[in-house]
Design a protein around this ligand. Structure first.
Ligand SMILES: Nc1ncnc2c1ncn2[C@@H]1O[C@H](COP(=O)(O)OP(=O)(O)OP(=O)(O)O)[C@@H](O)[C@H]1O
Ligand SMILES: [Mg+2]
Length: 289
């Protein structure tokens, strides 16, 4: 099986899973934040920007040796946090592409909050599914060693676990859409992260338009600016980038888990059936840690 993320950092067109992934890197301003392969044993970060290479020493923060904090430090997003925060501070809108499990959803909002980039506003992070919004909020609250509903909260249909103190709010895209009906300028947020953008639910698609208008109107009315971050593990960045006035696209390289690519010896007529068989085969034959 081929990885759906094979194209990250590989340049032009790459065929993956039989689909042509065309990032057209040559046409767009792309910043590649590249990590060394062994993310768990190195703190040296190799940063590639427009062909130039720098090696940055990334300081290890002296935090309590708790399992959660340790796990957090191993995540690719955490390891390039300084570089990412620089980009977030600099740009009002950006697209962030990173491997699945790299820490986009759990780490980016925390990092923004740690730097107080949100100011007096809050950070909204959308999820297409309520179960994701809830479990991620619980995880982030645990990582931040805080109770759910205080600094970190979530809002899904029929359940609002937030308070006036909530700064990092995970919510379904449907819930943010409802909030936008009452307040199209989304004034209580200073950062909106539209996660899993590739899923293109109707709500997310409408939200793209809403945040774009809110950003423009808030600037015109001299209100506090709105930062928009579009996140995904894989998506056609060209159309998104065009829609958001050629905003910067950041590819984050680095995997949380090792990935081995195996190729099928025979041509598979039914891709879905073959994928399900492979999943069960792995489940039955690969021992748990
Ligand atoms: N509820 C949870 N319980 C345990 N571990 C979790 C939980 N949520 C996330 N993690 C861990 O945190 C890591 C980062 O997860 P996160 O959801 O931030 O990744 P991501 O980059 O958003 O991935 P994806 O592209 O799949 O959304 C994962 O690799 C996983 O090990
Ligand atoms: Mg995610």
């Amino acid at each position: 099986m081929d990885s759906k993320y094979a194209s990250v950092g590989m340049g032009n067109s790459v065929k993956s899973n039989g689909l042509k992934r065309k990032h057209a890197v040559e046409n767009i301003k792309v910043k590649k934040i590249k990590l060394s392969n062994n993310v768990s044993t190195t703190n040296n970060i190799k940063v590639e920007t427009n062909g130039r290479n720098n090696v940055q020493e990334d300081k290890v923060v002296n935090e309590p040796t708790q399992d959660l904090q340790e796990a957090r430090r191993q995540l690719p997003v955490y390891m390039v946090r300084n570089r990412l925060l620089e980009e977030i501070k600099k740009n009002d809108t950006m697209i962030l592409i990173g491997e699945t499990g790299s820490g986009k959803t759990t780490q980016i909002p925390q990092l923004i909050h740690e730097q107080r980039i949100e100011g007096h506003g809050a950070i909204a992070v959308t999820q297409p599914r309520r179960v994701a919004a809830i479990t991620i909020a619980l995880r982030v609250a645990a990582e931040m060693n805080t109770e759910i509903g205080s600094i970190v909260g979530y809002s899904v249909r029929f359940e609002d676990v937030t308070s006036p103190r909530t700064k990092v709010k995970y919510l379904t895209d449907g819930m943010l859409l409802r909030e936008a009906i009452l307040d199209p300028l989304l004034k209580k947020y200073s950062v909106v992260v539209l996660d899993e953008a590739h899923e293109r639910t109707v709500s997310t698609d409408v939200l793209f338009g809403i945040v774009k208008l809110a950003q423009r109107d808030r600037n015109e009315q001299k209100l506090n600016p709105l930062k928009v971050i579009i996140m995904s593990a894989t998506m056609d960045v060209d159309s998104f980038r065009k829609y958001f006035q050629n905003c910067p696209v950041i590819y984050l390289e680095g995997r949380t888990f090792p990935v081995t690519i195996y190729h099928s010896k025979k041509k598979q007529e039914d891709y879905q059936y073959a994928a399900v068989c492979t999943i069960f085969q792995l489940h039955a034959t690969t021992p748990a840690k």
